[in-house]
Design a protein around this ligand. Structure first.
Ligand SMILES: C[S@@+](CC[C@H](N)C(=O)[O-])C[C@H]1O[C@@H](n2cnc3c(N)ncnc32)[C@H](O)[C@@H]1O
Length: 278
């Protein structure tokens, strides 16, 4: 039985772009709708650096083009991401139905999918983003974290070392791209340790150095298990880390009651109760 859904389109023969998420774990996270966008596209661009994923996509579509060769050692990633947008838009402008396939969720810590949709819409083309299961979704499941229990802050790591940001140590903190700190390019060697020392310094303003943090890697193959390493904050600089890891800092302080607002809320409750009985 085919799982393919027919995606309605208004404009046959006119270019369009859909950015879909492949999810984190090969094959098992792909939604039926995302699969249909892949199958019904004229061309599929693939923003994933994994040859197994590429082969799997090629079984779904005969024209899969990898975006990976546009990375270069020493080349700014921002330049690569602009090139990706140009490549996809060239096909949209040529009247093709284009699918951009990105791992995880295509709109989470990913510049090109948002940009290509913005550019396509500005030029009058149909453009759509189809969500996927992100590293964030996996970490909630694997680490047993409910963002609703204490609140949850997400930052791309460079936001903490380049800007004055306020952290709330009563909530969870999720740090993305930690191994890429201060690295505008891509590099085969992990040179981030010295810069991660700066990150530890910054975090030590809000968290004790012995506070336990989690270095998390979601499974990317169905045969893998998630990798969960718990270390004191002070070790975050020196431990080996890959680009496929996210750092989770659990709350370090208890929530403080806001007595003023509690009093005001109680006064409102009383007023409502009186109105209800009047
Ligand atoms: C450019 S962002 C892409 C995120 C992706 N769009 C998503 O939805 O998860 C790359 C960052 O995602 C996180 N990441 C990527 N692969 C991961 C994995 N297997 N487990 C945990 N985090 C991962 C890391 O923080 C990494 O630096």
């Amino acid at each position: 039985m085919s799982t393919s859904l027919t995606i309605p389109t208004d404009d046959q023969g006119r270019g369009s772009i859909t950015c879909i998420g492949l999810g984190m774990t090969l094959g098992s996270h792909l939604t039926p709708l995302a699969r249909s966008h892949i199958e019904q596209a004229d061309v599929v661009f693939m923003g994933v650096s994994n040859s197994i994923v590429e082969q799997w996509l090629q079984r779904m579509h005969k024209d899969v083009r990898s975006l990976q060769p546009y990375y270069g050692e020493g080349k700014p990633r921002s330049e690569t991401y602009r090139e990706w947008v140009d490549l996809m838009m060239t096909e949209v402008r040529a009247g093709k139905k284009v699918c951009g396939a990105f791992y995880g969720h295509p709109g989470i810590f990913a510049w090109s999918p948002h940009k290509v949709i913005e550019v396509a819409r500005a030029e009058g083309y149909d453009a759509h983003m189809e969500p996927g299961i992100s590293a964030e979704d996996c970490l909630y499941a694997d680490l047993g974290v409910d963002p609703g229990s204490h609140g949850c802050q997400h930052f791309e790591v460079n936001q903490l070392v380049f800007f004055k940001r306020r952290l709330d140590p009563t909530a969870y903190l999720v740090l993305w791209q930690v191994a890429m700190i201060a690295n505008e390019s891509i590099s085969k060697t992990d040179a981030s340790a010295a810069y991660r020392e700066l990150l530890v310094d910054r975090l030590s303003r809000d968290y004790p150095l012995d506070h336990e943090v989690i270095v998390y890697r979601a499974a990317t193959l169905p045969i893998e298990r998630p990798r969960i390493r718990r270390v004191p904050l002070s070790d975050l600089a020196t431990m080996p880390m890959t680009a496929e890891e996210t750092v989770v800092v659990p709350p370090a302080e208890a929530l403080q009651r806001d007595e003023e607002f509690i009093r005001r809320m109680e006064a409102l409750h009383e007023l409502q109760a009186k109105r209800g009985t009047a």
